[in-house]
Ligand binder design. Structure first.
Ligand SMILES: Cc1cc2nc3c(=O)[nH]c(=O)nc-3n(C[C@H](O)[C@H](O)[C@H](O)COP(=O)(O)OP(=O)(O)OC[C@H]3O[C@@H](n4cnc5c(N)ncnc54)[C@H](O)[C@@H]3O)c2cc1C
Length: 408
């Protein structure tokens, strides 16, 4: 957004509570690599220029990439400046920070979608002897106490952590609810190449039938590894991870899992098939078929002969629970009545219509399916900056008119 505001000659400042790239420095586990390939992580006027465009950055490389970008565009970032309050004032907003106050006419909330791990209330019933970790407090398998590990959630984070912890030699049980299954590569191309080229990733928010649902979809079961491997439930169960249903309750120290895994698997497989069918149709229609490998399909997700429906958390079998149940944004500092009762921001494609001059960036399916990814920032920022520039120009005209009126 800073780069695009500069293109519009809009004077601005970027406030950051930590260092540039703070969330990647502070809030991720040690082994994490992006699941988006290097060539895809484009920012306005900036792209990966290294020797491994198909590879996946680790956190050190990503922080270097983002700090390099901030320097390249001379972004006016004030680091170590935490926003502690925002409230409306005549003609704009008053922004309180731990380093003083700022008044602005317009404000972009780019504080991220993943500020707080989302942990279900039932965590309160976990017996004391079991250690609970979130995706913010988990760093690596060495920090875990002895015993098995229950990983709750099978989106990108859950499957990656289940895999890593299982490889460290601990028994892992993975709780699986609704999930999105994708192959890493399809017909010789990375799955995100297909997402981008076919236009699926670019689908606009106002063309999506059930936007609320699209915004709540779990992240796809993908991992970025040098071997470009698949990481789905078949890979995990084949390696020895125990798959159980969604964690439905914890009662008297027993974790109770939903049945119906076969249905969950069938649904995820069906959606993956449909997506791949749509890719095939796109490849036929655009005549890129000849450059691609043959049509291929993954085996359906294997349904175990029987699955446990409960597990005694007091038996000592499980030493740790890792909650990989998603994230939510944190707007506790926003003293403007634009939040739902769940603390979510009300906005129309990033325009906070109830608060003139206020915008949001980086939220799920904000203006496009790709909005929450690094690659999605550019298109959204360009459209929002255009709106913001028009808003400031209109406001300027009105002020000029009222000054002229007062003089007359
Ligand atoms: C585990 C994980 C893996 C991911 N993997 C990928 C991937 O492979 N590829 C991809 O494209 N995307 C990935 N994402 C999504 C990724 O987070 C976004 O693409 C990207 O970080 C969005 O950038 P952002 O600037 O909007 O948010 P963030 O990167 O979260 O940045 C928000 C910034 O705001 C700062 N901030 C927050 N509150 C305040 C405050 N009150 N005052 C001052 N500063 C504040 C934070 O310190 C932070 O630096 C992943 C997300 C997670 C959680």
């Amino acid at each position: 957004m800073s780069r695009v505001l500069t293109e519009h000659s809009i004077d601005h400042v970027v406030l950051e509570r930590g260092e540039v790239g703070n969330s990647w420095r502070q809030e991720r586990w040690d082994s994490l690599r992006l699941l988006t390939p290097n060539w895809l992580n484009r920012l306005p006027g900036y792209a990966y220029a290294g020797s491994d465009p198909d590879g996946f950055m680790n956190m050190t490389q990503l922080v270097d990439f983002i700090t390099g970008y901030a320097a390249d565009i001379a972004a006016p970032v004030r680091t170590h400046t935490t926003v502690t309050g925002v409230r409306p004032i005549e003609g704009g907003y008053q922004v309180a920070t731990d380093r003083g106050e700022i008044h602005c006419r317009s404000l972009v909330l780019a504080t991220g979608a993943n500020n707080i791990p989302r942990v279900p209330d039932l965590h309160r019933a976990v017996p004391q002897a079991v250690q609970c970790l979130t995706t913010f407090s988990y760093r690596n398998p060495e920090q875990l106490p002895p015993g098995g590990v229950l990983v709750v959630g099978a989106a990108a984070t859950g499957v990656q952590l289940a895999d890593e912890i299982h490889r460290s030699g601990r028994p892992v049980t993975l709780c699986v609810g609704e999930h999105v299954r994708l192959p890493r590569s399809y017909r010789g191309r990375d799955i995100l190449w297909w997402m981008e080229k076919s236009g699926v990733w670019n689908q606009r928010y106002d063309q999506i039938d059930d936007l609320e649902r699209a915004r709540r979809l779990p992240s796809p079961q993908l991992v970025g590894t040098p071997g470009h491997c698949n990481l789905d439930l078949n890979t995990l169960s084949g390696a020895g991870v125990e798959i159980v249903g969604k964690l439905a309750a914890i009662r008297d120290g027993r974790a109770l899992f939903s049945g119906g895994l076969a249905n969950q698997f069938a649904l995820a497989d069906l959606k993956m098939e449909r997506l791949l069918d749509s890719f095939d149709a796109w490849a036929r229609d655009t005549r890129v078929d000849a450059e691609l490998g043959p049509v291929e399909r993954l085996a359906p997700t294997h349904v175990p002969a029987s699955t446990r429906l409960s597990l005694d958390l007091r038996s000592g079998e499980i030493g740790t629970i890792v909650w990989a149940t998603g994230y939510r944004p944190d707007y506790r500092w926003l003293e403007v009545p634009v939040l739902t009762h769940k603390g979510e921001l009300r906005h129309d494609g990033g325009v906070v219509t109830e608060a003139p001059g206020m915008y949001a960036l980086g939220l799920p399916v904000l203006r496009r399916r790709k909005s929450t990814f690094i690659n999605g920032a550019e298109a959204d920022a360009r459209e929002l900056a255009k709106h913001l520039a028009a808003y400031l120009a209109d406001r300027g005209r009105r002020m000029d008119a009222s000054v002229a009126g007062a003089k007359a």
